[in-house]
Design a protein around this ligand. Structure first.
Ligand SMILES: Cc1cc2nc3c(=O)[nH]c(=O)nc-3n(C[C@H](O)[C@H](O)[C@H](O)COP(=O)(O)O)c2cc1C
Length: 208
């Protein structure tokens, strides 16, 4: 099993990474592998609503080099995902918003992959950013993994985060909960419990 850990911070070894690292270490203790996807300082374009992805069914963004396309492929390959974002003005960072808008609009078929969000902030705005991240999963039939608290860590530097003992514990609990659900899904599949068969989509755009 492999969990994709998306570090949405431009700081590849910063606070968000420190939270994700704690999750990776705890997953490893449960013999579950993980892989980092670093957005780093790469340019991510915003969705321009060209609808090419919908029209062609390509499953990818028309901007071929955009990191969202790499993320889509990695999401398909992973068994589960944790997306981490630093908190910028009480929301997720612009890079993460651009990345996820396109990955979830163009890329389809992440249904039933367990997903979790984590956020890192110096002081405030964590719950608003946490809610924002969960919107992507909860519109995509993805089981959301929770923890003992909302998944947040606090710090301006990785050294600060190391002092946030409750935040780090929340990360470890999250990793154990993720491991438990992944094992439950495997056991369910082995005993013939299949995914729910869904109805065809009934789009209602409130246009009369
Ligand atoms: C543009 C910008 C906006 C920020 N806004 C907030 C904020 O609203 N609340 C907060 O507590 N910290 C805020 N911060 C601080 C970062 O969220 C915080 O230091 C975070 O842990 C950094 O994570 P990183 O090291 O992974 O980048 C902001 C930082 C930047 C650069």
């Amino acid at each position: 099993m492999n969990v994709l850990l998306v570090n949405g911070s431009p700081n590849e070894r910063g606070c968000t990474y420190t939270g994700l690292r704690e999750i990776a270490d705890e997953l490893q203790k449960q013999e579950i592998g993980s892989e980092f996807f670093q957005i780093g300082k790469r340019v991510v374009r915003g969705c321009i609503a060209c609808m090419n992805c919908q029209r062609t069914g390509s499953g990818h963004c028309i901007y071929k080099e955009d990191p969202s396309n790499e993320l889509i492929d990695k999401l398909h390959a992973a068994d589960a995902v944790v997306v981490g974002s630093p908190v910028y003005y009480a929301g997720i960072s612009g890079q993460v918003k651009c990345l996820l808008d396109k990955a979830f609009f163009a890329g389809k078929g992440f249904d039933y992959k367990p997903a979790a969000a984590i956020v890192s902030c110096r002081r405030g705005g964590a719950s608003a950013a946490f809610d924002q991240l969960n919107h992507y999963f909860t519109i995509s039939n993805m089981p959301v993994i929770s923890s003992q608290y909302w998944n947040q860590i606090h710090g301006y530097t990785p050294e600060d985060v190391q002092q946030d003992l409750e935040g780090l514990q929340t990360m470890r609990t999250l990793a154990r909960n993720m491991g438990w659900l992944l094992r439950c899904i495997t056991a369910g599949e082995q005993s013939g419990i299949s995914r729910p068969k869904q109805e065809p989509w009934v789009p209602t755009n409130f246009i009369r």
